[in-house]
Each structure stands twice: as C-alpha cells, then as structure tokens.
Design a protein around this ligand. Structure first.
Ligand code: GLY
Length: 348
C-alpha cells in the first residue's frame, strides 16, 4: 500500500464520510473496500429520525442523533455541490401512527418524551393522520407528526461520497483488507461495520440482520415518511422522489446470515399493508438484507483503540450519525475536542 495520511478500511457511509471529510481538510486519503456502499448502507432506508429511531431511554444516543441531524442539511448541501449528485434529502414530515390501543398508548409515551425534550411534535387523531397522509388506513387510531425528522437516499449518498472523495484527491482501492499488519499511514481507521471485529478481535460488535423491501409505485404515492407500530411490531415506509417506497425492517440476531426469507418479507408486507392498504398494488422491486453493526449498549465505538481509530457499531443509526462521526474522527486526527466522548472504545 502507498503511504497516505489516512487509510480507511470500510466503504460504508461511516468510512466514506470520514474519508471525504479528511480529504477536504487537506489530508491524503486512501479508502479500501471491495464494493463500497454495498452492505448495511445499501440496505438502509435513510431515516434521520433520532427520537423515534432510538429507544427513548437511551439519552446519550439521542443527544448524538440530534447533534448529527442538525449537521445533515449542510453535509448534504456540501456533498451535492462537491459531487454533482443529488442525495434526496427530504423533510416533508414523518407521521408515526398507531394501529391498536396498546400501540397508541406507546405512542402517547413517546409524544410526552418528545415534548419534554422540547421537540416539535403534534398529536394527531386518526382523521388528522389521514389528512396528513391520505394513503393511511381508516383503522389507524392516531399518531404524531414529527416535522423535524428528515430522510435521505443512502445509496445516492454513498455514490456521492465516492465521487466527492475522488474529486478531493482521495483514492479508493477495491480490496478487502484482512489484517492491520503492514498498513503504513498516519492514521488507520477501521470502519468495517459488522466485520470490524475480524480486524480488531475483542471489539464487541455483532451483526443484526435487517430485511428490507423496495416497492415501486407512482410518484407521490406517499407524501410523508410513515412509521408505525402494528400490534407491537415496528414497520416503516419511506418514499423516494421517483416513486420508490422502502419498507423495513426486520431485526434478527442470526450471525452473518443475509438470506431474504419468505417469513421476513411476509411480516413486513403484512404490517405495512395494515397501515397503507394500497401498497398491495405496487410492484415488488427488490428484496435485500443487510447487517447492522450492533453493540452491547447500542452506542457506536468512535475513537482510538489498539493503536488505530475505530468508527463502527452504529447499529440502527449509521446514516443519521455519519456527519457527526466523520467530524469527530477528523477532529481527532487534528487533536481537536472529542465530539463523541460517549462513544469512546475505552468503555469496552
Ligand atoms: N434505521 C432503521 C433500521 O435500522 O431498521
């Protein structure tokens, strides 16, 4: 390998963002991945929804999510300008809806928590939910409108980051790095998601499988991002500008298994149909499964560990936390203040 200031292992959204940010600060950067953007980032729906996405007892993760959400509009704007690739950042609002009385009680608790945090959230009756998003089922009992949540197309983001990195002088090598030995760089960064422990044995990151579907409908079929709890299980429907609807996602602890199963697809479609009955008319364009990198406390590891930098373990929040993670790691290269002290690998 040629020596660089920075050598990043892993071309998911975390590794690509770190590499791009480092290159824009004048560092020479090499990123290695056999197929950048092809694993968890490719599976991801791209919701930037810190409150509804984390268990709301996890306040450190919530704080990080809110801090990274604030960075997203500028990050997306700079990325689009640097790459010429639109990333579909949308903020048309998210409706979180409840299907039965228990789901509604859970949503009420979430609303109370969001209000306590001073977040803008409106409680909606079933009728108001349908006014906000006309495709919702008449059975929806009530919901919340979160106007500040955003979402983005992670596949576009990964493509844009590769382009922007190369435009900034960075190099992408399509290789799998099996060992940290013999890497000569000022800073080596392990950002290999669920595969990070193969480079750093003892790092407590495990794969958490998520099956996800892509439906194709007419443009504007859904105007808002829809999240729901249906008899206790969570489902989300994320619309793209081109008519694609991403429906996700299962949570399965099955090791490195990326099979798409009939049961997984059935459960997603069953729950999504309860909330938006019209989806049964759409094309089933793609099924996919990715591996979230889970950690014991659901916080990522971002910081120095075993002589290298690590940026992995972002579990359900990889896309949301990418701008903050990139700024935190690059700040670390320059000896600046730690932006994610909660995520120090020292807690292992
Ligand atoms: N962030 C969505 C998921 O992990 O399913």
């Amino acid at each position: 390998m040629n020596a660089s200031d920075v050598f990043v292992i892993g071309g998911g959204i975390a590794g690509l963002s770190i590499a791009w940010r480092a290159a824009t600060r004048g560092l020479t950067v090499t990123l290695a991945d056999p197929d950048p953007g092809a694993r968890a980032t490719r599976a991801s729906a791209g919701m930037l929804a810190p409150v509804s996405e984390v268990t709301y007892t996890e306040e450190p993760l919530l704080r990080l999510g809110l801090a990274s959400l604030e960075r997203w509009p500028a990050f997306a704007g700079e990325l689009e300008a640097a790459s010429g690739i639109p990333v579909d950042l949308r903020g048309d609002g998210t409706v979180e809806v409840a299907y039965d009385a228990d789901d509604l009680a859970q949503l009420d608790e979430l609303a109370a928590f969001e209000e306590k945090l001073g977040l803008r959230v409106e409680r909606l009756t079933g009728r108001q939910c349908r006014q906000a998003e006309p495709m919702l089922s008449p059975n929806v009992r009530g919901g919340l409108l979160a106007r500040d949540d955003l979402w983005v197309n992670p596949r576009r983001v990964a493509q844009a980051l590769q382009q922007a990195l190369q435009n900034a002088g960075g190099r992408i090598v399509r290789e799998r790095i099996a060992s940290l030995d013999d890497l000569s760089a000022g800073h080596v960064v392990v950002a290999a998601g669920a595969w990070s422990p193969s480079l750093l044995p003892g790092l407590p990151i495990r794969p958490v499988k998520g099956q996800i579907l892509r439906l194709r409908g007419p443009r504007g079929f859904l105007s808002k991002c829809v999240r729901a709890t249906v008899r206790g299980s969570e489902v989300y429907l994320v619309p793209r500008d081109d008519g694609e609807i991403v429906v996700g996602a299962t949570m399965e602890e099955l090791g490195f298994d990326t099979r798409v199963t009939a049961g997984g697809v059935y459960e997603l479609l069953r729950d999504a149909r309860e909330i938006v009955p019209g989806i049964t008319e759409l094309d089933l364009a793609e099924t996919f499964a990715g591996l979230r990198p889970g950690t014991p406390d659901n916080l990522p590891y971002v910081g120095r560990h075993g002589g290298v930098w690590v940026a992995a373990g972002h579990h359900r929040a990889g896309v949301l936390l990418a701008p903050l993670t990139a700024d935190a790691v690059v700040a670390g290269f320059f000896g600046e203040a730690d932006l994610m002290p909660e995520c120090s690998p020292a807690r292992i």
